[in-house]
Design a protein around this ligand. Sequence first.
Ligand code: SAH
Length: 353
Amino acid sequence: MSLLDLLVARITAQGPITVAEYMADCLLHPAFGYYATRDPLGAEGDFITAPEISQIFGELLGLGLAQSWVAQGRPQRIILAEAGPGRGTLMADALRAARAVPGFVEAAQLVLLEASPTLRTPQADMLGGYAPHWIESLGDLPDDAPLFFIANEFFDALPIRQFQRDGRMWRERQVGVAGDALRFGLGPAQPQPALAHRLDDTTDGDLIEHCSALAPAIDAIGQRIAVHGGAALIVDYGDWRSLGDTLQALRDHKPVDPLKTPGAADLTAHVDFEAIAQAAPCAHTRLTTQGVFLERLGITHRARSLAQHLTGNPLDNLIAAHRRLTHPEEMGNLFKVIGLFPEGQAPPPGLDI
Ligand code: SAH
């Protein structure tokens, strides 16, 4: 039995499923889900992320949050949280660097949102010294202290629904069955009041995406920041409002057909940062590219200082990592950053309003 067999049997019996239902099963099915069953990160995995490319990424984000903590009067007890911590690398680098800011690490209670039992193991190994506490949903974040929050490549894993415009109505893209394979199809044309604002910037036949888990997630984070203080740094690939099909499957660092090998390839979609800004019940920054953000935080300065101790291959790797994270043709422009912060306070370093 594979996830493909299971989905074909279920769809044959019960009818087509939405793209969101398909994504959720592919990523998080307890027995066959992509994240539920493996560690997908790194050179031997299917994709590589910024913190796995260079320690500088996590260091700069950690120092950025610590700087916001200082600007907000060094609260004595804070929640330091990460959603989708992968191997725990980003948070480990962030905490190590933030030791340079006296009191920050001591004030922090570490909370991790992780759906994958497989990935909780490396997270426990990497971060065990900080006594992390795992939660199941952002609604479970403690709500009694300032929240300092990081997410890198978490929101792109949240399931999206896709709708194709048909006059002033929408047809939902679905996953159905043809023989023993999966196939995309379209549901009946229906009005979608939640998509009314997209009638202004689309024409017949355009495809748009909607992530229904996004607004509640941002609301849970933003409410805590609005009430208790703190800051959030959200890094992902995507843009201000999305248009077109951005569902992407990656296997062994290469794009593959998203319907071919359910559960064995990573599935993501571009993050709609406008939807994040609209859902935020606190202040938000302007959207900034990852390259500009990291430059403003001093990535080149930090890379130079690390380079002083290196020669040969390690030095070449460092130079390549710096380029990969910042260059407009690599991750520099594709990845974006938005910050959340309390009204009336300074935005997180590297971001502006
Ligand atoms: N932030 C890490 C890992 C990114 S991969 C890095 O930059 O390297 C996506 C992460 O989000 C993984 O840890 C995955 O298990 C987790 N994840 C995906 N969907 C999730 C969900 N719905 N709830 C909680 N964690 C989720």
